[in-house]
Design a protein around this ligand. Structure first.
Ligand SMILES: [Zn+2]
Length: 578
């Protein structure tokens, strides 16, 4: 039975489907019995790991240098000439497995997920997915290629953000207007891309027999533990319990700084962050990428030896690309390297505290990948809502180690300021999150029999939704730009409905943090690690429970956590102001 030698793949053309086809043919023809099942699953899984990592690496390369044509061609070749055949071949094997009736406890959940995917699968959607991937890639190209004139230099959107966080308010204002011009320059193209995506997504849902995209997408995202109505309830709980706290916080900042208004350049909505809190200059945690990495190694070693080793492993193996540079795609992400059982972190560091915070966050994802390894590739991915608990808890559990004497980047006062800003941002983020999610609920349930969707309608709805949750920012004459807020949220273009996960996870992470305060850091960390180690072998509520948290998002839960955060904020303010 063994023409199934994956080592031989090393010498073949990795960019051609012909290389992989014989392996899938063999898997498709191999007789399946109780006895042969285990080896069959393992072979298929190992092959899938190779292909998964090949695609991941090709994608990573395109984001490291968006101007490199050969990277782009290689990635697009995989998208167009390998991925469609792979999807079909995988589907055939999934059907074989499901039809065999084989099951065992440790793969029951994996089989449930596969059944869900197989039920949604339609051959007609393969070319549509290819189209969608091309369009979402265009979003990266367009936003990555924006050139902003800044004092004789050309900056990209990531690079301008260093000035958007400048301690000098007029500099921030100037940078904000410069950035604005960049987004206006690609406005029409982004509108066009999104309206195309909308049509394609609706077509996918309809092909799969669903009357609306939202219902389809909830199934596609594997949201089996909650539905659209739960999300709408969560929005309402945020509106009732957290939005008033944010308004109060903004009013305090306004009064404290003697400002006549909070303007958009005083505020980073995506991060829920106030700039220049308490009129202190922004933190400057490090100078070089090496210093940033060394700080990470120190912090994670202090926190937990195993986690520290994982991070050092990434540093040693070139799996960290952290600093911003021209041509790099925007944003930050952590990618699982399924074959090596490692992870890669991509970021656009600019020397700010925000960069440190992002590193702590992405490291949490990476630890999940390292810790969550399972025998079969399909047992590994946890639901996204829990993946973000892994990353967001790491941001909070690391906080005590931000001080230099514990390996971090700051003196005591600056460390207190950093965590203070993080806690404020944690609460301030919820209204923005609710805006992004509620906007999409409207977009994908809008009834086009009342007229075709237009960019103007999207703009108007964004404005209305943002005002519902977040009324305290004064945009002055820049309402037109405020309406385009949805352009600046990559998720809306690339990963529809994937955002409420951050809100749910933040509620989980705050509970993990609460445990560390009430039961001690070690106990909280042990639960955290044991939950990570489960990978995707448990349901979402079970994973929350393993981490010591409840999967609940009502007013009492949100108010209780907000109270704890407020108390800590008062404590930290005393250190910052003392
Ligand atoms: Zn994340």
């Amino acid at each position: 039975m063994s023409n199934f030698d994956l080592k031989e793949l090393q010498n073949c053309d990795k960019t051609s489907w012909d290389t992989y086809k014989p392996y899938f043919d063999e898997l498709n023809q191999r007789p399946l019995t109780e006895e042969s099942m285990n080896a069959w699953l393992t072979d298929w899984s190992e092959l899938s790991r190779l292909l998964d990592e090949l695609g991941t690496q090709a994608y990573i390369d395109t984001t490291l240098d968006t101007t490199n044509e050969s990277f782009r061609e290689r990635y697009m070749n995989l998208v167009e000439n390998v991925q469609p055949q792979l999807t079909q071949a995988d589907q055939d094997l999934k059907v074989r497995l499901l039809e065999s009736g084989y099951s065992k406890d440790d793969i029951a959940l994996m089989l449930r997920n596969m059944r869900n995917e197989a039920d949604l699968f339609r051959e007609a959607n393969i070319p549509i997915n290819t189209e969608i991937t091309k369009l979402t890639n265009q979003y990266d190209q367009l936003t990555g290629g924006v050139e902003i004139d800044w004092e004789g230099e050309k900056l990209n959107l990531s690079q301008i953000s260093v000035y958007l966080q400048d301690e000098d308010r007029p500099t921030r204002e100037k940078a904000w207007h410069a950035m604005k011009a960049g987004w206006f320059g690609i406005r029409d193209e982004l509108n066009e891309i999104f309206l195309k995506l909308l049509k394609l997504r609706k077509q996918k849902a309809s092909n799969a027999g669903f009357s609306d995209y939202r219902t389809f997408r909830f199934r596609e995202l594997g949201r089996l533990a909650y539905g659209p109505a739960d999300c709408l309830d969560f929005h309402e709980a945020i509106e009732k319990s957290l939005a008033p706290l944010v308004d109060e916080g903004l009013a305090n900042v306004k009064a404290g700084r003697g400002l006549d208004a909070i303007r958009p350049w005083d505020w980073l909505p995506e991060r829920g962050m106030m700039i220049q809190a308490d009129d202190l200059p922004p933190l400057k945690p490090y100078e070089t990428e090496d210093e940033l990495i060394q700080g990470g190694i120190n912090i994670f070693n202090q926190l937990d030896e195993t986690l520290g080793r994982h991070f050092a492993d990434m540093a040693e193996n070139g799996l960290l690309d952290l600093e911003s540079r021209a041509g790099k795609a925007m944003g930050g992400y952590c990618a699982r390297m399924a074959s090596q059982h490692k992870a890669f972190i991509f970021m656009n560091g600019i020397g700010s505290h925000d960069t440190v915070q992002t590193l702590l966050h992405e490291a949490g994802h990476a630890f999940h990948d390292y810790e969550g390894t399972q025998p079969l590739i399909w047992q590994e991915p946890a639901p996204m809502e829990f993946c973000e608990v892994a990353s967001m808890s790491m941001e909070m559990l690391s906080a005590p180690y931000l001080v230099k004497e514990k390996g971090g980047y700051y003196n005591e006062k600056d460390a207190a300021q950093a965590f203070l800003e993080h806690l404020r941002a944690t609460i301030f983020f919820f209204p923005y999150m609710a805006t992004v999610d509620a906007f999409q609920h409207w977009v994908y349930t809008y009834d086009e029999s009342e007229g075709e969707m237009t960019a103007d309608m999207l703009d108007a709805k964004w404005l209305e939704t943002e005002e519902r949750f977040l009324s305290g920012i004064d945009y002055g004459d820049d309402i037109e730009f405020r309406k385009m807020g949805w352009h600046r949220k990559l998720h809306i273009f690339q990963i529809p409905f994937y955002y409420i996960e951050y809100g749910m996870a933040q509620v989980g992470a705050m509970q993990v943090w609460r445990n560390s305060l009430q039961n001690g850091a070690d106990a909280a960390l042990e639960s955290y690690k044991s939950a990570l180690a489960l990978g995707g072998t448990k349901t979402l509520p079970e994973l929350f429970a393993a981490a010591g948290a409840e999967f609940r998002f009502d007013v009492p839960m949100l108010s209780g956590l907000a109270e704890l955060v407020q108390a800590k904020i008062v404590e930290l303010e005393a250190i910052v102001n003392g």
